[in-house]
Design a protein around this ligand. Structure first.
Ligand SMILES: *Cc1c(COP(=O)(O)O)cnc(C)c1O
Length: 385
């Protein structure tokens, strides 16, 4: 019997991979009765993260977004303040600015890292100062795992005394030389959401070398409960702590971080080797000394050279049951931020128009990768059906 059009298994953009310890730790947590926001896995996970990322203090939280919200609060961002933010990013980088009653000032990307441009950043700071207001903080992002030019950015920020929150949600394990992303900013943020390089189901962490901020973050994340037998509060707190089950998953995942990154980097290389000679297709390259975790492999399509555009590629992949996603739509083009100030040109907008994230899960097989690359090659040859 002939099978006509066997439905091929869906290839997702980015799914987690487990090594088996996750369920063992969850079982242990249940047996000890510690499934809520106190328990031994939370401390172990934080300790292990601190060892892994060079000894900064780490506070495990229930999401990366919570970590950004708390982080901006520690930087004293409040009503009426201006906060400079990379425009090309996920909305979670910018939303907490608005939670605090402050205004985002969006800035364009540069072509070599896709992240905020240090020169443009300085021009923006000078222009805001000339308009009478020193920005209260800067939110930088290491997009798709690629480090921003953090050294140059920190130099500019220090020159004007503005603190930096480094959104390293996508760049856990990325580094510049030997220094890890998340440790460059005055405050760093990790995400352990289900689609990231390692996961806790849902979770995040705040990174800082400032002990006072670390204590304050722990306090605010646990409803700002004071040390009294009764419930005593002197400030407004949040319910942002990570629970012990999530921390157990995280501890298991962290043990595999290096391997997961190696797998994601191999996927990037596979795509690059297979596709880089096709006219009009280009990849995001590492600068010397830069090491990306390659969370997601992205391609840029130059439609006039390639003979097809980003959306044609996305739909062709979808017709073969392959998930892909356009690059983040820049914040300055989002309806919700249409009133916000923007500095820059069309670089971020161009990445959005022509960029696509390809399936990048660490457990993709060569057969699955070939399903993706074949689709691109057929489009290129103009024989795609
Ligand atoms: C995922 C992500 C976040 C938010 O992290 P959550 O853990 O999902 O809240 C923030 N910023 C960027 C750039 C992200 O990709």
């Amino acid at each position: 019997m002939m099978i006509i059009n066997p439905p091929s298994k869906r290839i997702h953009l980015s799914v987690p991979e487990f090594d088996g310890k996750e369920s063992r730790y969850i079982h242990e947590a249940f047996q000890s009765g510690q499934i809520a926001t106190s328990g031994s896995f939370i401390e172990k996970f934080e300790d292990q993260l601190e060892r892994e990322f060079g000894g900064e203090n780490i506070v495990a939280l229930n999401s990366g977004t919570s970590a950004i919200h708390l982080g901006l609060q520690l930087l004293d961002v409040g009503r009426g303040d201006e906060v400079i933010c990379q425009s090309l990013t996920f909305a979670a980088s910018a939303n907490p600015i608005v939670y605090l009653g402050a205004q985002p000032i969006f800035v364009d990307s540069e072509s070599d890292t896709w992240n905020i441009c240090p020169q443009l950043l300085e021009e923006v700071i000078l222009d805001r100062i000339s308009k009478g207001k020193l920005p209260k903080a800067i939110v930088t992002v290491n997009l798709f795992g690629m480090p921003a030019k953090m050294k140059e950015i920190m130099e500019v920020a220090h020159r004007y005394g503005i603190p930096v929150l480094e959104d390293a949600a996508e760049s856990v394990g990325s580094r510049i030389h030997h220094r890890y992303c998340g440790t460059f900013g005055d405050i760093g943020v990790f995400s352990f959401n289900g689609n990231k390089v390692i996961t806790t189901g849902g979770g995040g962490a705040l990174v800082t070398s400032n002990d006072t901020w670390t204590k304050r973050a722990r306090h605010l994340a646990t409803q700002a409960k004071e040390n009294h037998p009764h419930y005593e509060h002197s400030s407004i707190g949040y319910n942002y702590k990570m629970n012990n089950l999530a921390a157990g998953i995280g501890l298991a995942q962290l043990g595999c971080l290096k391997e997961r990154i190696a797998q994601r980097r191999r996927i990037f290389s596979y795509y690059q080797n297979a596709l880089e000679n096709i006219a009009g297709i280009s990849f995001l390259k590492e600068l010397p000394g830069y090491f990306s975790n390659r969370w997601l492999t992205t391609v840029l399509i130059n439609p006039s050279e390639a003979g097809f555009d980003r959306e044609t590629l996305r739909l062709s992949l979808e017709s073969r049951n392959i998930e892909s996603k356009p690059i983040w739509k820049p914040m300055h083009l989002q309806p919700v931020f249409r009133q916000s100030t923007y500095y820059g040109g069309e670089i971020a907008a161009g990445f959005f128009a022509n960029g696509l994230c390809l399936p990048s899960s660490s457990n993709l097989t060569v057969q699955e990768l070939d399903r993706v690359t074949e689709c691109l090659m057929l489009l290129h040859q103009g024989v795609f059906k």
